[in-house]
Ligand binder design. Structure first.
Ligand code: SF4
Ligand code: SF4
Length: 220
């Protein structure tokens, strides 16, 4: 089943797939599921380059790829259910429909980012985004919770590699980024003021790790 699933997702444009054991998490977080699948689609270097250099608000590719990861997560859950197992796609639509998104605190019990951290995909930057060595923060992700007996591969947690960098804090015109370095168990509000974030994506596109991804792939 796993190979078939991975092959199908790759064919449908997914750039990476990770599966982690979540049985050690609290019942509130894992909701009785034993594993989580993370799927990711990478934003194109030219789109991110424009976002970082031009004073524009352009959600076109970001929205399209966020929508794609959501739809692929829903497709994945249907695929697993058809094989006789339980699965729940953590798409924006599903989280809302099932009451797993708290509008007031803007939180969900098990964010995609936490699954990415368990998978060792990257770290939480001072921008409160997942930052990876390969793509910076130029990623859209969604996840699926399941009880299917999938092979899982949890990795050691990567601590932030932001160092003394303050690019995201300095570029945030809303003053929403506090400049704090993430630690395990840290309250999100100590890193970013989500209520004042205007979603400009400048902290995503200007992060030096994202810029490195652009520079390494500048012909695409
Ligand atoms: S998306 Fe824009 S407003 Fe929000 S934290 Fe990042 S830079 Fe600040
Ligand atoms: S811009 Fe700098 S401080 Fe902010 S997340 Fe990226 S590396 Fe970390």
């Amino acid at each position: 089943m796993v190979n078939e699933l991975i092959s199908e997702l790759n064919t449908r444009g997914v750039n990476f797939i990770k599966t982690v054991d979540i049985s050690m998490l609290s019942a509130k977080e894992n909701r009785g599921y034993s594993a989580a699948i993370l799927i990711g689609i990478v934003l194109s270097p030219c789109y991110i380059f424009r976002l970082s250099k031009e004073n524009i608000l352009d959600y076109s590719e970001f929205s399209e790829k966020e929508h794609s990861t959501d739809k692929l997560a829903e497709w994945t859950a249907d695929f697993i259910i058809a094989k006789g197992y339980k699965a729940f796609a953590q798409s924006e639509r599903n989280l809302g429909l099932h009451g797993f998104y708290d509008e007031t605190t803007k939180t969900t019990p098990l964010p995609h980012k936490k699954i990415a951290i368990l998978a060792g995909v990257g770290w939480i930057g001072k921008n409160n985004l997942l930052v990876t060595e390969e793509y910076g923060s130029a990623l859209c992700m969604c996840s699926i919770l399941t009880n299917a007996p999938l092979p899982t591969e949890n990795r050691p947690i990567i601590m932030p590699k932001c160092g003394e960098c303050t690019v995201c804090k300095d570029i945030c015109s809303a003053g929403a980024i506090h400049g704090s370095t993430w630690e395990i168990g840290m309250n999100r509000d100590l890193i970013v003021d989500v209520y004042h974030c205007n979603g400009c994506l400048k902290c995503l596109s200007n992060c030096p790790w994202t810029q490195k991804y652009i520079n390494n792939n500048s012909s695409e």
